[in-house]
Design a protein around this ligand. Sequence first.
Ligand code: 13P
Ligand code: SF4
Length: 326
Amino acid sequence: MLDADMLDRMAPLYERVRRVVPPIEWPSFAEEIDAILRLKRERNAVILAHNYQTPEIFHCVADIVGDSLALAREAARVEAEVIVMAGVHFMAETAKLLNPAKRVLIPDLRAGCSLAESITAADVRLLRQRYPGVPVVTYVNTSAAVKGESDVCCTSGNALHIVEALGAPRVIMLPDEYLAQNTAAQTRVEIIAWKGRCEVHERFTAAEVEELRAEHPGLVVLAHPECPPDVVAAADFAGSTAALAGYVGTHRPARVVLLTECSMSDNIAVQYPGLEFIRPCNLCPHMKRITLGNIRCALEDMRHEVTIDPAVAVRARAAVERMLAL
Ligand code: 13P
Ligand code: SF4
């Protein structure tokens, strides 16, 4: 039996997402959201959600939303006792590194990342032997162990800035081959890349961009820099998920496509009802492991707590903090 009072309480939240959440799905979401909002108060918890989370998480239970860089920055400032990461495992690890006294929970331990899986700490040590003295810039989409072998971290939002701020003629940039190539195209710094790929963004092709433009006249194409370089070259603008959202907010393109994870368009479309979003998106199966159901369980049972070996954490934290300082 549906609780009418609960549905009344949740009605203002449905207004936020009604354009992307069908009415038939809402009652079960509403029940979970109501429980999560109560549990957050009881546990003194906050929920950080990446831009790829589904709208009912992003718009209805999250306290802080953003790209990897924003989530890292905000994680360092959280005052609540508990942080629930609605995102993938490396994001939860970064939050723990930056706020070690807090309990950081990830609702599903299987929420990984193909980039984080593509490289180990031993691989980084071998690269250092091969290129002595060359600084290592590591994308945040890596394990704490890999960060711990690095000089500094970067995100897609600051990669170019970090590479140039080091003042070195050559840097090793790990592990995303395409982010490294897309960054190399914008700088004179020589970049040595690794062979990692994002399984979501590597699937977009330049031919697809051409077809989309032919099918949808006037289309503005926005791409994430984890896409292959020819896709980025064929796009009108490339940037982190926050930069893509910022572009839509500033330029208000009448017809736009975001070459990135599917939920991005849903989350932005909610904010800009007048714009037409074309959606040939790709799903990230790791981001989609996080649901209202497992966020609720995480808060009920205080699971799954993220821990990092203290010796690794000291070095990994230094690489993330150096990024934030730069
Ligand atoms: P940003 O949100 O930092 O652009 O990263 C995208 C991504 O793929 C995170 O998993
Ligand atoms: Fe990793 Fe790509 Fe998924 Fe982001 S979208 S979590 S980079 S697999």
